[in-house]
Unconditional design. Structure first.
Length: 257
């Protein structure tokens, strides 16, 4: 039974944190360690994590030494990972109960070190548990397979569904960027020709229309995408412009779901 290290950055998410943590602990594949990094919360999030840790030894929270943003929080958690696989879930999203079981079986069959799945979108005000979620028509469908070039014009991998095989890829950290650090990680994994494989089944639930979230305004991500292409991927200006145009078009289309 492979151990899955679940990476969860936490910052002032007390209202949604409990449901997110429980969606991990309720997985049908129970061999998990939940590595949560609290990035200086002031709303009791760290206290919630400590209580979960008292009740379940699989919950392993740590406070960040200082505020550093999502990338650093994730990397602090990844550095502690002991699992065969590393998976990601933010503290306001949910996994459906069979997510890991089905994705692990798919990864073994597909022979892919990086996999992802389709996922549902729900309204930001949803206050239920993962097990209570009623499937809706708001689905971001996973492509069967993506390579590096396809990823440049659209991030096809929802971070809440991503899982990589640490026994094949080693421990892979996210670039220290203010935004798009997850996208940059997938690109760095795929740059050498690795293809990511997608499972069609929606197995996670993404909280959309988040108040104050940059990702809720796709156009606000344009400068972050540009920095990713130019500074991280070292693409030429023409190639970066083509990639950016495709990314904006695909992101706006996906935002309508």
């Amino acid at each position: 039974m492979p151990l899955v290290s679940v990476i969860m950055p936490v910052y002032n998410s007390a209202d949604t944190l409990g449901a997110s943590v429980r969606s991990v602990l309720a997985q049908s594949h129970a061999e998990v360690e939940l590595l949560a990094t609290d990035d200086g919360s002031t709303d009791g999030s760290m206290e919630q994590l400590a209580e979960f840790a008292r009740q379940d030894e699989r919950v392993l929270p740590e406070p960040a030494p200082e505020r550093g943003g999502a990338a650093r929080a994730r990397n602090l958690a990844i550095a502690r990972a002991r699992g065969d696989y590393v998976a990601f879930l933010d503290s306001d999203d949910l996994w459906l109960p069979a997510k890991l079981e089905q994705q692990l079986a798919f990864a073994a069959t597909a022979g892919a070190p990086l996999t992802y799945t389709s996922y549902y979108k729900m309204h930001a005000e949803y206050d239920g548990e993962a097990a209570d979620f009623t499937p809706n028509g708001r689905v971001v469908w996973a492509r069967d397979e993506v390579d590096y070039n396809a990823m440049l014009t659209q991030d096809h991998i929802g971070a809440l569904t991503a899982m990589y095989d640490r026994t094949v890829l080693g421990t892979r950290l996210m670039p220290d960027m203010p935004k798009r650090q997850d996208y940059a990680l997938w690109l760095s994994i795929m740059r050498d020709g690795t293809r990511a494989k997608g499972l069609r089944e929606p197995l996670a639930v993404y909280r959309s229309q988040r108040a104050g979230s940059l990702s809720s305004n796709k156009l606000a991500l344009v400068p972050h995408n540009w920095a990713l292409y130019r500074e991280h991927e070292h693409l030429s200006v023409p190639r970066s412009a083509r990639a950016l145009a495709g990314a904006v078009w695909h992101s706006l289309r996906k935002s309508r779901i």
